[in-house]
Design a protein around this ligand. Structure first.
Ligand code: E4P
Length: 226
């Protein structure tokens, strides 16, 4: 499963990219606003950090203007994937921009039927909002399973990008359901890496190691270079 990082914070993106985990980045207008920086500078920095799909969202709600914004965003860098919202105007815009060769992440998906239609139009990715669905209803994890199953039935090439991953359990659900990718905020990536038991186990091993005489310990690491 591809791992995308769900933030516009370049320090966090750099940190996790340096750990080797990151295949792509997703932003949205709210994440961009969180940074309180000039938006174009942020996007230029991100494409320089991660060589993979970088999702950037349109901000208009009118189909013609969405198409214009999508064209502009796609022209900024070859790795930009344009996020279009799953509203009627978004479907209209999707149908136009896909035929112009623009890669689209069709976002804010809450039903399997929205995902079916987006795939039919040729969206590159669909983003089911798992965490947000569970806030008002249930079935976030099931939604991913449903979409993966439908895409498998018909051989759609659209990839399922599990989004709104508000805790690490959702990432496991996405992986078990066979999502092609998940986009994960830095705090959830941190939670995926850490286990209190790993730290406790290590502390125990090192405590026992200290009971060895100094000379016996040193012999194992003689010649180690920084
Ligand atoms: C990513 O594409 C989405 O914009 C993001 O995952 C939404 O996450 P949230 O529901 O936690 O804001």
């Amino acid at each position: 499963m591809k791992i995308f990082i769900d933030t516009a914070n370049v320090e966090e993106i750099t940190r996790y990219a340096n750990m080797g985990f990151i295949d792509g980045v997703t932003t949205n207008p709210a994440l961009m606003a969180t940074e309180q920086r000039t938006a174009i500078d942020v996007i230029k920095e991100i494409v320089g950090i991660v060589d993979g799909p970088i999702s950037v969202e349109v901000v208009s709600t009118d189909a013609a203007r969405m198409v214009a914004e999508a064209r502009h965003l796609a022209s900024l860098h070859e790795n930009i994937v344009v996020k279009l919202p799953a509203i009627p105007a978004g479907f209209e815009a999707l149908n136009v921009v896909i035929q112009q060769g623009i890669k689209v992440n069709f976002t804010m998906i809450y039903t399997a039927n929205q995902a079916l239609l987006a795939a039919k139009l040729g969206a590159t990715y669909v983003s089911p909002f798992v965490g947000r669905l569970d806030v008002t209803s249930t079935g976030g994890a099931e939604l991913i399973e449903e979409i993966v199953t439908i895409y498998d039935h018909y051989g759609f090439e659209t990839q399922v990008l599990a989004a709104s991953m508000r805790n690490s359990i959702y990432v496991k659900f996405a992986a078990l359901a066979g999502a092609h990718a998940a986009t994960i905020p830095p705090a959830v990536l941190k939670a995926m890496i850490e286990s209190e038991m790993s730290q406790i186990s290590l502390d125990g091993f090192l405590e026992q190691w200290e009971t060895l005489p100094e000379a016996s310990k040193a012999s194992l690491f003689d010649g180690v270079e920084e």
